[in-house]
Design a protein around this ligand. Sequence first.
Ligand SMILES: NC(=O)c1ccc[n+]([C@@H]2O[C@H](COP(=O)([O-])OP(=O)(O)OC[C@H]3O[C@@H](n4cnc5c(N)ncnc54)[C@H](OP(=O)(O)O)[C@@H]3O)[C@@H](O)[C@H]2O)c1
Length: 201
Amino acid sequence: MTPRRHAPKVVLIGAGRVGFHLGQALFGQKINITQVFSRQLEKATFLAQKISAVGINDLTQVAPDADLYILAVKDDAIETVGRQIAEICAPEGLVVHTSGATPGAVLAGYFRHFGVFYPLQTFSMEKTPDFTQIPICVDANSPENLDFLQSLAQKLSPLFYHISDAQRAWLHVAAVFVNNFSNFMYFIGEKILDEENMTLE
Ligand SMILES: NC(=O)c1ccc[n+]([C@@H]2O[C@H](COP(=O)([O-])OP(=O)(O)OC[C@H]3O[C@@H](n4cnc5c(N)ncnc54)[C@H](OP(=O)(O)O)[C@@H]3O)[C@@H](O)[C@H]2O)c1
């Protein structure tokens, strides 16, 4: 671990559901997020203003001197974005994605230091999550990087775990089942009440 990582500079790539909430949660723990990327500048700036960062909409503007790059982008964009920033990121920078279903190794061909920072939670823009209740699953390509991610996760939640790619994929599948099953039950409940001219509220 480099000494600078005790006060890391973070670049957040993605201002969607995870980026939006994770960025604010990290900022709440005094983590210095310098830039927020979205392809839509307005969206990047909206989040950036909340967390004292700068919004950007061009990956070539990504800072070359960050300690941590968080790729909170859609699963199928992780590798593409990784490839685009590979030449820009500091060689000592650690690059992580936030996906449950994507192996960390998807970043292996582009970065010396890579890992995963996966919050096991369904996020929506509308609801502010309580990160202290969210398990955070981390993995990394070296013990030093893992230490760093665990110490970062610990700032957000007491529930942080070192989880392998395979374990994370199963956790993700299980979470999808639990979520979808509960939503389906709500749907049936609402339907039953609807037939009797009542509502769940
Ligand atoms: N949603 C959840 O509940 C949840 C929970 C845990 C983990 N995750 C994981 O977290 C990651 C982000 O998910 P999310 O729910 O935050 O997704 P999201 O709300 O759909 O936001 C996706 C972000 O990815 C960006 N993006 C998509 N395609 C891109 C491309 N080709 N180039 C650059 N940026 C691109 C979008 O950019 P624009 O802003 O320009 O549209 C947006 O900022 C995924 O890996 C997902 O599996 C999601």
